[in-house]
Every structure is written in structure tokens, then in C-alpha cells.
Design a protein around this ligand. Sequence first.
Ligand code: FES
Length: 81
Amino acid sequence: MHTIEICVGSSCFVKGSNELVEMLKKYLEEKKLEDKVQLKGAFCMGQCAKGLGIRVDGKLLENVTLANALDKIEIELNDVL
Ligand code: FES
């Protein structure tokens, strides 16, 4: 089971973390990964100045934007894709 944590802090919310959550829910549904990947909310990860706060299996991803988030997450999930 993989875990994707998405920051729900105010800076990430302004940058669209709620849109990212919706995007990821749809993505996991389409790929039928709901039983292999869980989504969780998390507090600020100190990424506010660099981008959206996302961790996959505890690993902090850097310079994440709404546009590149899926690509960066897919790299981390490659064993179930
Ligand atoms: S509010 Fe999301 S990383 Fe700081």
C-alpha cells in the first residue's frame, strides 16, 4: 500500500491543493488503484515557498505544481502502474 500525503495548509490551499486532491481521486479511480494507494491530508511540510507540499510513502517531493504533480507522483508509484 502506498500513501500520498497532501498538505492542506493555507499556502497550499491557495495554490490549489484541494484541486490536486480531486485530480488524484479521479486518477486513482481511473487506474483502479484505490486499494493500492491511499490519500491523506497533512499539515504544512515547509514547502510553501517552493510549491505544493506532497509526500509519497514519507518522501517529500520538491517543486511540485498542479501541472507537474501527477508526473512526479507517477514516478514514485511506478511499481503499481
Ligand atoms: S502550507 Fe503546504 S507546505 Fe506549507
